[in-house]
Ligand binder design. Structure first.
Ligand code: FRU
Length: 485
């Protein structure tokens, strides 16, 4: 297919060419954020999985590096995590060098074809040069499959309580926790979730980490799920609860979603960032990830998001906000409109914002949230609508008319994100990058990520609010494209 440079993201990581899916092995070490990812270097569709590799020192500019892990006789390299083994518990360290250890799933396609249930096993690789080159452990796989068809995506972290490594593993319709003193020998601790949460599909790519709220520590268990997401296909649910080093206990059985949009999947957090938890997802959906009309690459990550907790009523929710480092993308002051009043007729903002380009952010705040829509449009008559439906108490992104969608019957749609905040005042932040919008509302309580593929760039923007609404502030920033050469 012809190249589509107009769809190339300017600040979301994507490999220069070919297929990517899940982020893997995200670890911060010696000033560098490592991002590995499910990568197939021979085509722009899913295939035998490798771990691609990119790094950043600021979470804004990414540099693509040589492939870190190649498939081998044990199979493809599926998703997993990486840790800094500072105490050299694994014994992989040599000459005082700290090992970075990757814990991943070996997926054996032959075993799968033969109809076995043991074709996914957990394995290790380590690096003694700060992530540049990787050596696979001779004892792979170090955690063998007991006969569970879906047995994958290990996320490992050090437990201060257990004084052991804890592995959070997706095992079909539940999470299984394992522990290890040395990353090599693993003991099963407990299972969670067989009867809790959403089960419209297989559980994949989990994560477990603490966050504090008002001085109290809570544990967040992220469980990706495909299909069965809130707007169809892939989705990211989470549970808030406690973890005693052995067992996860949720506060209640309410199903919560880290992102309601269709295009944020397989996200987990960086290891070794201290109390700060930075999340990044794959900005796509298995419903059409193999068909989206980009070339020569296919798929990208979301922006990095800082996670937090917030209480609303008696519920504790996860909040996601763009990491503060992204401010670097807008070195020039934003164009700010104050007390912008919209009524029955739409307000054309194109000239007032000096709206150009397809890479920008918008910050909106209002004292009284009502029905509204921000509408991006182009000269081909296509439009993308983003707004709020007061009656339904939902934010929405409507891409039904935002460009041709013939590549998949699952793509066109109007997707909604419930509003969890209860006060009339609202704030929204939107990040746009060629083919994506990421919506963060009410301090990151409601989040929606969405792709769109207009046949021409959107060059006009208007605000509609049929029942009248005042935006106390609307700030527009054109964003830089550090990833476009
Ligand atoms: C999630 C996933 C993982 C698996 C990987 C394979 O998107 O299906 O469960 O490890 O992708 O590429």
């Amino acid at each position: 297919p012809p190249a589509t440079p107009q769809y190339r993201p300017g600040y979301h990581f994507s490999p220069a060419a070919h297929w990517m899916n899940d982020p893997n092995g995200m670890v911060y070490y010696e000033g560098t954020y490592h991002l590995f990812y499910q990568y197939y270097p021979d085509a722009s569709v899913w295939g035998p999985m490798h771990w691609g590799h990119a790094t950043s020192t600021d979470l804004v500019s990414w540099k693509e590096l040589p492939i870190a892990l190649f498939p081998d006789s044990l199979g493809y390299i599926f998703s997993g995590s990486a840790v800094v083994d500072a105490k050299n518990t694994s014994g992989f360290g040599k000459d005082g060098k700290t090992p970075l250890v990757a814990i991943f799933t070996h997926h054996d396609p032959k075993g799968e074809k033969a109809g076995t249930h043991t074709f996914q096993n957990q394995s290790l690789a380590y690096s003694l040069d700060a992530g540049k080159t990787w050596t696979k452990y001779a004892g792979n796989p170090m955690l063998k499959n007991p006969g569970i068809h879906d047995f994958r995506d290990p996320k490992v972290s050090w437990s201060e309580v257990a004084k052991k490594w804890i592995m959070t593993l997706a095992t079909k319709d539940r999470i299984t926790f394992f522990s290890s003193p040395n990353l090599k020998d693993w003991t099963k601790e407990s299972e969670f979730g067989e009867k809790l949460g959403a089960h419209g599909g297989v559980w994949e790519c989990p994560d477990l980490f603490p966050l504090t709220l008002n001085g109290k520590t809570h544990w967040v268990l992220i469980v990706n799920l495909n299909p069965g997401g809130p707007n169809g296909g892939s989705g990211t649910q989470y549970f808030v609860g406690s973890f005693d080093g052995h067992k996860f206990t949720p506060l209640n059985d309410k199903t919560k979603w880290a992102d309601y949009g269709p295009d944020n999947y397989a996200g987990v957090t960086w290891a070794n960032t201290g109390a700060r938890k930075i999340f990044l997802g794959w900005m796509s959906n298995w419903e059409y990830a193999n068909q989206v009309p980009t070339s020569p690459w296919r798929n990208a990550t979301t922006i990095p998001r800082e996670l937090g907790l917030r209480q609303v009523g008696s519920e504790i929710y996860l909040t996601s906000q763009p990491v503060k480092e992204l401010a670097k993308l807008s070195p020039r002051p934003a164009v700010v409109l104050r007390n912008l009043k919209a009524s029955t007729s739409a307000v054309n903002l194109t000239n007032r914002l000096q709206f150009t380009g397809d890479k920008f952010s918008l910050d909106l705040s209002t004292a009284q949230l009502r029905d509204f829509a921000l509408v991006l449009s182009n000269t081909a008559g296509e439009e993308l609508r983003i707004g709020y439906d007061a009656k339904a108490r939902q934010y929405f992104v409507d891409r039904r008319k935002a460009g041709p969608s013939g590549f998949s019957t699952k793509f066109a749609g109007r997707h909604t994100t419930p509003r969890l905040a209860t006060l009339p005042a609202a704030d929204l932040t939107l990040f746009f990058d060629a083919t994506s919008v990421e919506l963060f509302a009410d301090g990151g309580l409601s989040t929606g990520t969405e792709l769109f593929f207009p046949s021409k760039p959107f060059t006009a923007i208007r605000l509609e609010a049929p029942e009248g609404m005042t935006m106390q502030r609307l700030a527009y920033s054109q964003l830089a494209s550090p990833l476009l050469k």
